[in-house]
Structure formats: C-alpha cells, structure tokens
Write a protein that binds this ligand. Sequence first.
Ligand code: ZN
Length: 307
Amino acid sequence: MQGFRRIVFLTVAVFLFASFRANAAQDPGTSLTDDKKGHQIQVVYVETQSSAGSNYHTNGRVKQYISQIQSWLKTKTGKELIFDTYQGQLDIAYLKYEGNIDMKNDEDLVRMYQKLNPTNYLGKSLIFVIDQKLATDTGCGWSQVGSGWSLALPNWPGCMDEDEPGIAEFLGLNSIAHVIVHEIFHSYGVKHACDSTTTNDLMHGEPECAAAGIVKDYAEKTTFDKSGLNYWGGNKAGVDLKTLRIWSDGSGTTEFAIPANLQIVPLVTTPTTVAPTNQTINCTKGKVSKLISAKNPKCPKGFKIKI
Ligand SMILES: [Zn+2]
C-alpha cells in the first residue's frame, strides 16, 4: 500500500512449542463493553485453517504476553499501554478465519473486525494474535507502519515461545511478547531503529539493521531506545512514542489517529436525536397577553394567538 512499508520481524529460533487441541470458545468476534473511552488496543485472537488449537485466548497465554509487556514497559518508561478491558480483564475478541493469513489477505481480519464492531472500532488499535502453524515466509509478525493494526503468530514454526523458567526473565521479554510489542509500536508509526549502541533493541529489524552493520545478539537483554534518539524522547525512527496519547497515565499530547484509508468499513455513527425545543407563542385576550411555551403551544381558552 502506498505510503506504508511492510515491516517484518523475523525471529529465527527453535520451535519448542508443544501444542494441544481443545475446543475454542466461539466468541463472535465482538468487543465486549469497553471499560474506558478513547484510544485503546483491542487484542483479537484468530484461529486460521492450520490452527494448532492452542486456545491462547482462553487459557491465559495471551493475557500473560500482555501483562509481561506492561511490566516490561513499566520498568523502561514508567508507563503502560492502554488495552481494551471488560470489567478489568483483558478483552480478547475471537475470529475464525477460513484459510490462512499472509500479507496478501491480512486486511481481511481488519475488515472482519470492523464489520463485527461497526460502531466502536474507531479509536482502537488492533493486535491480531494468530494461531496458525502454516509458515508465511514473513516471520513471526508484521505491521504497516502507522496503520493502527498489526499481527503476531505465536504458533508459526520458527517463533520460539519460551516457557522455560528463566528465559523471559533473562531476556526481559518472552520472544512472542517481544514480537507483539514490536509490532504494536510499528502500528503506532515507529520504523526499525538500528542503534549502534545496542545489539538487541526492541525495534531492531531487518533488512535495515543488517544493512547498517548491526547484528542482533539474541543473548542480550532487549533494550528500549537506549540512545533516546529513535522513538522514546526522539523520533529518528518515525515517531516519539512519548508524545502520543497512548499511555494509561493519560500522558502525551498527540492523539493517535488511524489513517482514514485504513478504515475499511465505514463507521456507523448512531444518529443523535435532538430533543424538540419549546416554542413560544403570544396569546392575547383583550389587553391581557400571555407568553405560552411548550413543544406544541396552544393558547388558553378565550385567548387568541398574536402573530
Ligand atoms: Zn519490525
């Protein structure tokens, strides 16, 4: 799409995930009643044709990724992102996709979500967490810069979803949580940041960083714009996230707006009914005159309307 660049984050790692099959809850894909108004990130769990049946939306795994992201961001920035919640719990919408997702049909998911939530999708960023085993040639996740939506594929073979104690703690972020927050930041407008002062920045990405001679070191803990020039305090990578109103503490001055050309389904706005206003007439009887105000005013008996 013109004006946007597809950004791919590829994690080359060992596939350690043990899957199991169980019935997924058939949520109709709609967002539950929002706890908050204003900008928020809706998590949408998608099962495709080659789903592993992991049920990450109902078994707490997605929730774990998000809470790990929040804690990690808190240590780095003192802030947390705003996720859509229902009664204080992460609201995870569910979609079943007949087929498999790749870069050619990924907008279908946005369209499906927007159709199911025609009155309230505006102002929400979307992160699709996709249960799909079929490889996409495009890695563990992707996003169009500034589009307001992104995808992550935890069951894609090659995306290591570490469960072993100590790994996430050592790296700071589980690699899937890393992918999710990396892609969310792309969707807010951050491009890949190739920072020569660190070898494992959150927004490190290819091919840009390899071209800049910076090799990613997976053994290093993930860093968050160490130089403060790229996306936190500076905007060399496209946007200074600190300035966006995307944080739960209400900070930031710039409203994040989803580009109009990516509002695939026209937003249904509920027409606001205007209460009829009172009309006033002047009624006279001889020298006496009365002003009568009502929605449909009538003169009292014996009075005539003075026009
Ligand atoms: Zn990327």
